[in-house]
Write a protein that binds this ligand. Structure first.
Ligand SMILES: [Zn+2]
Length: 146
């Protein structure tokens, strides 16, 4: 192999090595960077909470609490109920915030709007939307020539 070919091969190896280092550095920076939702969340937030001890809903201003580092960093808002119990709302992993399954306000709200999203195939549709159900049935019978 010529000296020039050897030199090209050597430099290609160095270049590939530098590229690998750059990729690794970028991955590390991404892993160390705090999650967007943690950075964007204000340090204090007024919102609803559910107190596990008292078993009731309340509204309060919570303080942002951050734990862990980099990709494993997580954050919550911590507030006290009127009785002084600590309660939390998730800033990260919001979809798994237990508040939504515990809160009676949320349950009431869901029940209130449950009828709004009934489909004609739901057995409750006949009761809740009697008039629409009868129209639906009449149209169906017309279409199918029953
Ligand atoms: Zn409480």
């Amino acid at each position: 192999m010529s000296t020039l070919a050897n030199e090209v091969k050597r430099l290609s190896g160095i270049y590939a090595s530098i590229q690998r280092d750059k990729d690794r550095e970028r991955e590390l920076q991404l892993a160390m960077a705090p999650k967007r939702e943690i950075v964007d969340a204000p340090s204090r937030q007024y919102q609803p909470y559910w107190c596990i001890c008292c078993g009731r809903d309340y509204h309060a201003t919570g303080n942002k609490v951050v734990e862990g580092q980099g990709a494993s960093m997580s954050a919550v808002y911590k507030s006290q109920c009127p009785e002084g119990h600590d309660n939390y709302r998730y800033i990260t992993d919001v979809g798994n915030d237990p508040y939504f399954n515990r809160s009676q306000d949320v349950a009431k709200d869901r029940a209130l709007h449950a009828d709004d999203i009934l489909s004609p195939h739901d057995s409750r549709f006949q009761t809740v939307y009697r008039q629409q159900w009868l129209q639906h049935e009449a149209r169906r019978e017309q279409l199918h020539g029953k």
